[in-house]
Design a protein around this ligand. Structure first.
Ligand code: HEM
Ligand code: HEM
Length: 182
């Protein structure tokens, strides 16, 4: 069977835009939740909504053009890569979806910097949850999916380095858009 073709430049740009955003949003999320730094909530949510838009664009792109196929020759490794990539595609969608639903249900709302998409639910100067029932469930959903996603991403980064440094194949170079002479 001929080896899979190089990833499309749009797949590469979408992958790295999402990767960089997630690698910034995740530590901001942990830090702000622990220290309750209010200004960081706005930054976290704004970057999260921007990431969500790019994630949806990537999903449309993947449905339209197909997934990036692993160049691994071992069928087990190929199947594992496919499974993990699909899991990441699903989790990257779920994490910001839970985040937005939580912020809306808690009454805090969200937006992209000064552009409010869902406004604050202020009643007599107090922020009231839209759904006190769903609020803790959606927060738990956001926490569980974001930690699960980060664990898988760490494994994914480890796998990329294994391909590059141990197997010495072109898996990482292709994803960086470098010519691999194949
Ligand atoms: C941080 C968030 C990241 C996410 C959510 C993510 C997700 C994904 C997904 C879903 C794919 C499948 C291809 C696609 O449709 O885009 C993929 C491929 C790939 N990613 Fe990532 N990635 C992340 C970070 C990274 C980092 C930091 C590296 C490198 C150190 C990396 C290296 C790769 C490589 C080499 C492939 C191609 C794998 C192959 O050909 O089998 N990724 N990534
Ligand atoms: C890919 C994007 C995102 C990632 C990786 C992410 C990750 C995280 C993480 C790791 C935490 C800390 C959880 C904890 O330890 O309690 C957090 C908290 C939070 N996130 Fe996100 N998040 C993302 C997107 C969003 C979006 C789009 C929103 C809303 C618009 C949002 C709203 C929140 C809020 C309000 C908290 C604080 C919860 C609390 O007060 O405990 N997140 N996020």
């Amino acid at each position: 069977m001929p080896p899979p073709s190089e990833p499309h430049s749009i797949s590469i740009v979408l992958h790295w835009a999402i990767a960089l955003l997630i690698l910034a949003i995740f530590p901001i999320g942990i830090y702000m939740a622990q220290t309750h730094t209010l200004e960081l909530y706005d930054l976290h949510k704004s970057l999260g909504v921007i990431a969500y838009i790019i994630i949806v664009l990537r999903l449309i792109w993947v449905f339209w053009k197909g997934e990036i196929k692993s160049i691994a020759e071992n069928p087990r490794e190929k199947a594992l890569a496919k499974f993990v990539h699909r899991l990441m595609l699903i989790l990257t969608f779920l994490v910001p979806t839970f985040g937005m639903m939580y912020s809306a249900s808690a009454g805090y709302g969200f937006g992209i910097f000064s552009w409010r998409i869902v406004p604050l639910n202020l009643v007599n100067g107090e922020v009231l949850p839209l759904s006190p029932l769903l609020k803790p469930i959606l927060l738990l959903g956001h926490e569980i999916t974001s930690y699960a996603m980060m664990l898988i991403i760490l494994g994914h980064i480890g796998a990329a380095f294994k391909h590059h440094f141990l197997d010495k194949d072109t898996t990482l170079k292709r994803m960086l858009g470098l010519r691999t002479n194949r």
